[in-house]
Design a protein around this ligand. Structure first.
Ligand SMILES: [Zn+2]
Ligand SMILES: [Zn+2]
Length: 323
């Protein structure tokens, strides 16, 4: 039986080979493709992405179609990879290779280039290009060369997708759950605490609608994901999709083993995740998942800080609010 795919590789023979010669990403992906095909992921043609991070770890990503749902709910292999980086606190991608057959290694999709552009030192990310049918040895091209026209619509643009975020969401003192949230959220495995910690890591430059979700499977494992937008309006990775990346990366294969979920979002958020989250989880778990939702708000100090920034921005002549 084929060995299961590992989605984070560190300090082993694989990483050493790739560190010494990034072209060895080709061999790594060729080896992993049969392993991925042997497993029961939804979707017939797996595309695999492998990225080498500045921490010298290698991360994998696979495309996933959510059963019974329209394709815009699917996770691209590059998105999987980026969520995998975010979940593992990896800030920078240096090399990237993508293939579905081990023969062609091509550029990331147009959709995903914007996600990549919003990471640290993005223009110098090295992308593997190779067509083995032409006998090509393969070469690396920078993201900047492949996609010279990036979208940077404001003077405030910073590549923040993988940077640390603390959205400072909190429960009101009158909330039913307030006594059930632990102080050290990031270290806690409670479903409510994990979902709130995830929402606090959400990146939402457009809507400011931070949100996160925690999933529980039938053997007690907890997974998390948070909503990630880009500065390009309309491009985002959903929080359930991000949590499913955590699920798959840690060995999950059957979505109907997910039995419970907690969604955290801002009260009166510009965009709400609740209906979409319920729809996706109901569909992919065959109705097996119990879903709870609770709402948060910004803590008082953070509200005050943002008001001051907005006043300064207005007086500084920018004429618009940041938050
Ligand atoms: Zn893509
Ligand atoms: Zn807790």
């Amino acid at each position: 039986m084929a060995q299961p795919t590992r989605y984070v590789l560190s300090q082993d023979i694989d990483t050493n080979h790739v560190v010494s010669n990034p072209m060895n990403l080709v061999l790594l992906l060729k080896r992993e493709l049969p392993r991925v095909r042997s497993r029961s992921f939804p979707g017939k043609t797996p595309t695999l992405a492998a990225g080498f991070g500045s921490s010298r770890k290698i991360y994998l990503g696979i495309n996933i179609q959510l059963p019974g749902l329209p394709l815009h709910h699917s996770i691209h292999a590059e998105q999987f990879l980026l969520a995998n980086l975010a979940l593992n606190n990896e800030r920078q991608l240096t090399h990237l290779a993508i293939t579905s057959d081990g023969i062609y290694f091509d550029a990331p999709s147009g959709y995903c280039r914007q996600f990549l552009h919003e990471t640290r030192e993005a223009s110098s990310i090295q992308i593997l290009i190779k067509d083995a049918t032409r006998g090509e040895a393969g070469r690396f091209e920078t993201l900047q060369n492949l996609f010279p026209r990036t979208i940077r619509p404001t003077i405030f643009f910073q590549p923040l997708l993988l940077e640390p975020h603390d959205n400072k969401l909190t429960l009101s003192t009158y909330h039913d759950l307030v006594g059930n949230i632990c102080e050290e959220l990031e270290r806690c495995n409670h479903l409510n605490c994990t979902a709130l910690a995830a929402a606090n890591r959400s990146y939402t430059p457009f809507t400011k609608s931070s949100s996160g979700v925690a999933l529980l499977d039938n053997v007690g494992r907890v997974y998390r994901g948070w909503y990630m937008e880009t500065v390009e309006c309309g491009l985002s990775l959903g929080l359930v999709q991000a949590a499913l990346v955590d699920f798959v990366a840690r060995g999950g294969t059957e979505f109907n083993t997910i039995v419970q979920a907690v969604l955290v979002e801002k009260k009166d958020a510009l965009v709400s995740q609740e209906k979409t989250t319920r729809m996706i989880l109901k569909k992919i778990t065959n109705g097996n998942c119990v879903i709870n939702v609770f709402h948060c708000h910004l803590d008082v100090a953070e509200q005050f800080r943002r008001n001051i920034i907005n006043i300064e921005a207005t007086q500084g002549g920018f004429g618009k609010h940041i938050y």
